[in-house]
Design a protein around this ligand. Structure first.
Ligand code: ARG
Ligand code: ZN
Length: 875
């Protein structure tokens, strides 16, 4: 079945209130749901009521308190249809279902993770708990009562505020929670178990006291301190930046170890993958700390963008996700280095969203059709969705943007709305017409922007030719012209931005060119010196730029542009181009060669003490093999790319041997560990330098020393990664891997790093190493973090092995996908997206991939999730 946006119909019935009662038992839980049902205005009296279900067993059905006659309804595991309903517009339905938490391996609905009952309802998990109108435009007030064994589950949590609790017979107890805010079923949550807690409190701007709790496994409480700090900072930031206050008496977060995604914003009760809660110096890297800060903020921000205002239907997913990602990006930018944060965002967008947009799984930020909504929690909906909101701000300016947000909150609080409603708020607040801009939501594909410029010294004019085009994507062959905001500067000989008298040929305001036609010829008048044109500053639009390749200009911008993002971009473009040329050379049997001035530029920037250390670390981080492959785009040979990149690393390492050694030593400090951005930047630079040092010296000593001396996970894991990459078959490499395994035997999240590091080793034996790690007692297909650490990393960050010419890397991933599909379709389908760029590989690899994809697609009993991905990937 395919769901289409244009088929949306308001429901004939509403459910303004629901009382849920859970008799919790791991093997068999009885769920009694009392629904206050209301026939909608204009709905026909005799409309049958069709409730969604998924793998449910109906135990009893009562209408207004009386058993429903068997002839009045029909129940299957995935649907309850009631044909005979009371005449009155309002009635009560009591539905008793039986669910099996401990055998629920899908991690959707009610399940058990390490002995703790928990739920995941987004997108359509609530229907695995009870029959319901499981769609986001049905808003209900929830009262939840649960009872459980007091010993096994002393803690009983749900959404909203606690109302009542007490003891029952047989060692059982109960609790009642009430959430006054009407909400869609996907935001329902329940947690019951035996957990430790960290508590704190927050006073909102208007003086409301909120009790905060973060629940983790006993003994891990200290590792939740950073998450708590991030939560309080998020709450304050949303007040200050968006005027949004928290609205309940309690806010709880629970960390669980088996979780399909990152985290979930259930009203007042966020449930997290423990990977995004637990952190301390011993077990977490700086990247982990930054992710925790961002995800804690993201889920908290959903309280307004997602919960108070939610989506009318799942096509509108970006309404809450794109906007909330934008908000969490802004939060991290304010808390850390804005420039470094922005570069990280763009790298991630290019690594994850661009390939999606350029392959068979491309879809608009707001899709028009889906078979399985879980497959649309994508980089396009999330990350490109955030870029679209960012462009909106660029176009409107900070003030009008904020006015639009305020109007959106005011107008739609308590509603389930659409992207059109969202945009309308900005149109009304700013008086602008956003019709053309809205295409960013409706049209898939990464636009290309081609650009050239020439300076006329006599006339003092700079003429810029810009042309846009959007490549075709699946089922959208003809594209309309987009509104593309390009931030720019005319960089003068001293690096300063030159003034100009006027600009013609496009709307140019506040440093932004508004591209709205296919072609613009823009003439800047009164430009007193030849400028270098710096464009798409701050990555103001998510496009692919193709400008005439003046290397000298790029070298200049990398050194002098006043926008740090553009400096990084200029350098990255130079590195990418040189790596593309070098891979070609390698493929043609030649030695790759690299220009001295480029290598020198890298060294100079890395050593420039006026720049932030985190920025300097990024400067020395070459484009990944996948980045280079994506830029090449067709007939890709990953081995050649690997060889070329390795050669460039070694060239830089040799050229910088002395500089890097001094820098590395100079960055050492004896202060106790602190996860702040500044310290993290220093460690990032040290780790980056270490790789070059080791390559320059050709011995593992420096890495081995850092590995042994490190007092934090960033440096320990950084050293281990280098040892594994380059010395895995030496005594040092083996010893370090063994020591790490031994030290973290009982810390699953850290052992995941050990899996990850080995999954990235680019050796001949990579496939068999990963297969043998799947037999390691730590590995389990049942836990998504394990699968992502080992198989996910292998498929994304080990290009030569995943794309191994004999097809064995593909086979490994395909085997895992199939083995997983029976237990956890969502994670299986996600893993299968590793094949999305298969058509861009060289012929031999393409053939292997096609054969495996076809073989998988032909299997019986595939989940809808996996079947959908495979069919679209092959189409
Ligand atoms: N809404 C969650 C977040 O982004 C993600 C939940 C997705 N879950 C899923 N089963 N697809 O914050
Ligand atoms: Zn989200």
């Amino acid at each position: 079945q395919i769901f289409r946006l244009e088929d949306y119909k308001p429901s004939a019935y509403l459910i303004p209130g629901i009382a849920l009662d859970f008799a919790l038992d791991a093997d068999e839980t009885l769920v009694t749901a009392r629904l206050r049902v209301e026939r909608a205005e204009n709905a026909p009296d005799n409309a049958p009521l069709e409730l969604d279900g998924d793998a449910l067993t109906l135990e009893a059905l009562r209408i207004n308190g009386a058993d429903a006659p068997v002839s009045s309804y029909e129940a299957t595991p995935d649907k309850l249809t009631i044909r005979k309903l009371p005449e009155e517009r309002e009635f009560e339905l009591t539905i008793v279902t039986r669910v099996l938490p401990s055998s629920n391996t899908t991690l959707m609905g009610l399940y058990v993770s390490s002995g703790v009952f928990c739920t995941q309802c987004e997108a359509e998990g609530f229907r695995r708990i009870t029959y319901f109108l499981d769609r986001p435009d049905i808003l209900s007030v929830y009262t939840v009562r649960m009872e459980a064994d007091r010993k096994a589950a002393p803690l009983l949590l749900s959404n909203g505020n606690p109302v009542e609790s007490g003891a029952l017979e047989n060692g059982r107890h109960f609790a009642v929670w009430h959430d006054p805010f009407p909400k869609p079923s996907y935001l329902f949550a329940l947690v019951a178990g035996d957990l430790g807690v960290v508590t704190d409190s927050f006073t909102t701007a208007s003086g409301r006291e909120v009790s905060l709790g973060i629940y983790v496994e006993h003994g891990k409480e200290e590792r939740a301190a950073y998450a708590m700090d991030a939560l309080k900072r998020s709450m304050r930031w949303d007040e200050e930046r968006f005027g949004r206050e928290y609205d309940l008496d309690v806010f709880n977060i629970v960390a669980v170890s088996d979780f399909n995604m990152g985290a979930m914003e259930n009203k007042g009760l966020n449930v997290f993958n423990d990977k995004y809660v637990l952190a301390d110096a011993e077990t977490a890297t700086d990247v982990d700390f930054a992710n925790i800060e961002a995800i804690i903020a993201h889920e908290y921000f959903h309280n307004w963008t997602g919960n108070r205002i939610t989506c009318r239907d799942w096509f509108q997913l970006c309404l809450k996700e794109g906007l909330t990602v934008f908000r969490d990006h802004e939060f991290s930018a304010d808390e850390r280095s804005r420039a470094v944060k922005r570069i990280g965002e763009v790298r991630a967008l290019r690594a994850h969203q661009f390939p999606e947009d350029q392959g068979p799984l491309a879809h608009p930020v707001r899709p028009r059709r889906y078979r399985e909504i879980n497959n649309f929690y994508t980089a396009t909906v999330y990350e490109k969705g955030s870029e679209v909101v960012r462009m909106l701000r660029t176009i409107l300016g900070e003030e009008a943007f904020r006015a639009g947000m305020d109007l959106y909150f005011e107008r739609h609080d308590g509603q389930a709305v659409t992207i059109e409603d969202f945009l309308k708020a900005f149109e009304d607040a700013s008086g602008r017409d956003l019709t053309q801009f809205a295409l960013w939501y409706h049209q898939a594909g990464t636009p290309n922007v081609a650009l050239s410029s020439r300076y006329d010294a006599e006339a003092k004019t700079l003429t810029v030719e810009i042309e846009q085009s959007v490549p075709p994507t699946p089922s959208e062959s003809r594209k309309r012209l987009m509104h593309i905001p390009l931030a720019f500067g005319l960089v003068g000989p001293e690096g300063e931005d030159l003034a100009y008298e006027s600009a013609e040929g496009a709307v140019v305001e506040n440093g932004v060119i508004h591209l709205r036609k296919r072609r613009h010829t823009i003439v800047f008048k009164g430009v007193n010196a030849r400028p270098v044109f710096s464009v798409n500053r701050g990555f103001s639009a998510p496009v692919t730029l193709c400008s005439e390749g003046r290397t000298a200009d790029r070298l200049f911008l990398a050194r002098h542009d006043s926008d740090p993002f553009s400096r990084w971009q200029a350098l990255t473009t130079l590195f990418t181009d040189t790596l593309i040329a070098a891979s070609k050379a390698v493929r043609g049997g030649k030695e790759p060669a690299f220009a001295d001035d480029l290598v020198q530029l890298g060294l100079d920037l890395a050593a420039d003490a006026t720049l932030e250390e985190a920025f300097r670390a990024l400067v020395l981080t070459l484009p990944s093999e996948a980045d280079v492959a994506r830029e090449i785009g067709h007939d890709i040979d990953p081995d050649a790319i690997h060889t070329a990149r390795r050669a460039l690393l070694e060239t830089i390492a040799r050229a910088g041997r002395e500089t890097f050694g001094d820098l590395y030593e100079g960055l050492h400090d004896n202060a106790p560990f602190s996860p702040d951005a500044r310290s993290a930047g220093r460690r990032a630079l040290r780790n980056t330098l270490l790789e070059y040092l080791v390559l320059g010296e050709g011995t593992p000593q420096a890495a081995r020393r850092q590995f042994d001396d490190a007092d934090n996970m960033t440096e320990r894991a950084g050293a281990l990664t280098i040892l594994a990459q380059y010395f895995h078959d030496t005594e040092d490499g083996r010893a370090a891997l063994a020591a790490f395994e031994e030290r973290y035997r009982d810390t699953p999240l850290v052992l995941d790093k050990w899996l990850q590091i080995q999954a990235m080793i680019p050796s001949e034996g990579a496939v068999s190493l990963v297969r043998s790690l799947m037999e390691h007692p730590h590995f389990s297909l049942a836990n998504p973090n394990r699968v992502r650490a080992l198989i996910g990393t292998f498929s994304m960050a080990n290009q030569t092995a995943f794309h191994s010419a004999d097809g064995e890397g593909y086979r490994l991933v395909a085997d895992t996908v199939l083995a997983l599909d029976g237990q956890n379709p969502q994670v299986a389908a996600r893993l299968a997206t590793a094949f999305r760029s298969w058509r861009s590989l060289d012929k031999g690899r393409r053939e292997h991939a096609r054969a495996l994809l076809a073989d998988m697609a032909g299997r019986e009993n595939l989940s809808r999730d996996l079947a959908d991905i495979l069919e679209r990937t092959l189409a």
